[in-house]
Design a protein around this ligand. Structure first.
Ligand SMILES: [Zn+2]
Ligand SMILES: [Zn+2]
Length: 429
């Protein structure tokens, strides 16, 4: 055991140095860190490596540390449950692994515990950026196309600073544009951050803006209806607005999905617009209490603005069925009207709109909608039908699509036409 671990250590270090020299860039499914800190740890804790061997091993690592190439990003996958992990191993069917899938076998749980501890120790001891992702091992990718669930690709690109290649404008540009609008003279501003699909970087941009103005200057709200499914593993989703990179803004969840409740919350808590001038409203179109009353939604945002807060509300305007999403387009209509009035009165407008775009996951065209799907028991992507009922159990996955070759859903009614929105959108870029 000891000799083979030494061999792995040296050959891992060797191949990582070689990859750096030859290709400049390398991606690998395991790293020397996997052997050194997961497997060796596990073998030691199980007594297959004695204390002396373990000590020598770590002395060797310390010796080589200065020349070991470290990755820009280490993605650590965590299973959403040990049962799913066992099920996945059974499906893969490698005979030597089947012992781990027995009901009373605790080894996988043990390995997951060790892996969990690395999320803290690797950045601390090695200065390596770590992205922990909680995944369902049964639905991480589509077996037919080998394509990984889109949200993981988004997270990894975000962590590597590569979203700018995908998003227009980039989250950094969006944050800077918001900053520019907010610093214009005049009254408090309302900004509607809008896109045609999910994954266009709105939340990332909001977190960057919070970085610029100071997290303590921001009051954030989210509707209960937008909370991510518990199967995605966000444990503290009730308390925080979570960007996909794991940056957090403390957010208040509005239980009754009413924008008016934000106003009463602020009154009840005596929140001061001088101390916390920025209100972020996430997934504004999911404040379903106003779904049949667009004017009430507009009035609520306007009232917050008149209370002296800058209001930044983000949302998308079409559902996965390509139907208009509640009052989103009415908010955009309000922007248009307000901009026109301001022009006539030769003043800075109070309402603004910023458009963010991303690309179709499958063909790279502009994304115009969001696909709803799941990975079925055969490991294939199964697109949900137009009439899908959200009360059905099971986790759902989303990805941005072009709505040309790649549709958001199946079984749209015969003769279905995407309804145009009553307002056209104004581009700022
Ligand atoms: Zn958002
Ligand atoms: Zn497409």
């Amino acid at each position: 055991m000891f000799r083979s671990q030494l061999f792995y250590l040296l050959s891992n270090i060797g191949s990582e140095i070689k990859a750096r020299l030859e290709k400049g860039v390398s991606v690998s499914d395991t790293s020397f860190l996997t052997d050194a800190f997961l497997w060796v740890e596990w073998h030691h804790q199980n007594g297959r490596l004695d204390d002396q061997e373990y000590e020598i091993y770590h002395k060797l690592i310390a010796l080589f540390k200065p020349i070991i190439p470290t990755p820009d990003l280490l993605v650590i996958l965590q299973p959403d449950s040990i049962d799913h992990l066992k099920e996945g191993i059974k499906k893969r069917g490698r005979s030597e692994e089947q012992v781990f899938t027995e009901d009373d076998n605790q080894e996988l749980a043990h390995q997951v515990e060790i892996t969990k501890s690395l999320i803290e120790s690797i950045p601390r001891d090695w200065g390596i950026k770590v992205l922990p992702l909680t995944v369902n091992p049964l639905e991480i990718f589509d077996r037919e196309t080998n394509k990984v669930n889109y949200s993981y690709i988004y997270d990894i690109r975000e962590a590597l600073g590569l979203l700018g290649h995908l998003l227009h404008p980039s989250p950094q540009e969006t944050a800077t544009e918001m900053m520019r609008i907010l610093s214009k003279p005049g009254l408090s501003k309302a900004i509607i951050l809008h896109s045609k699909s999910m994954f266009s970087g709105k939340t990332t941009a909001e977190c960057l803006l919070a970085d610029m103005v100071g997290y303590d200057k921001v009051l954030a709200f989210q509707p209960k209806a937008a909370l991510r499914n518990s199967e995605t593993g966000f444990e503290d989703q009730e308390k925080h607005l979570i960007s996909r990179s794991g940056l957090k803004i403390k957010a208040v969840t509005i239980e009754d999905n009413s924008l008016k409740s934000i106003i009463s919350f602020i009154r009840d808590n005596n929140n001061d617009s001088k101390k916390q001038p920025y209100i972020f409203i996430d997934d504004v179109m999911l404040f379903l209490a106003q779904k049949d009353n667009p004017q009430e939604a507009i009035d609520a945002l306007e009232e917050l603005r008149k209370m002296g807060f800058h209001v930044i509300a983000d949302g998308i305007d079409y559902t996965f069925q390509e139907e208009p999403f509640t009052f989103m387009h009415n908010l955009l209509g309000k922007v248009k009207k307000e901009q026109k009035e301001a022009e006539g009165e030769k003043r800075n407008p109070n309402w603004y709109q910023i458009e963010t775009h991303t690309r179709c996951r499958w063909c790279n065209k502009h994304a115009r909608g969001t696909r709803l799907y799941r990975i079925n028991e055969h490991g294939q992507q199964q697109i949900m039908p137009y009439g899908y009922d959200f009360r059905q159990p099971g986790s759902l996955l989303y990805e941005p699509v072009c709505c040309e070759e790649h549709n958001t859903c199946t079984d749209q009614p015969v003769g279905f036409k995407k309804s145009p929105l009553p307002t056209e959108t104004k581009k700022f870029y």
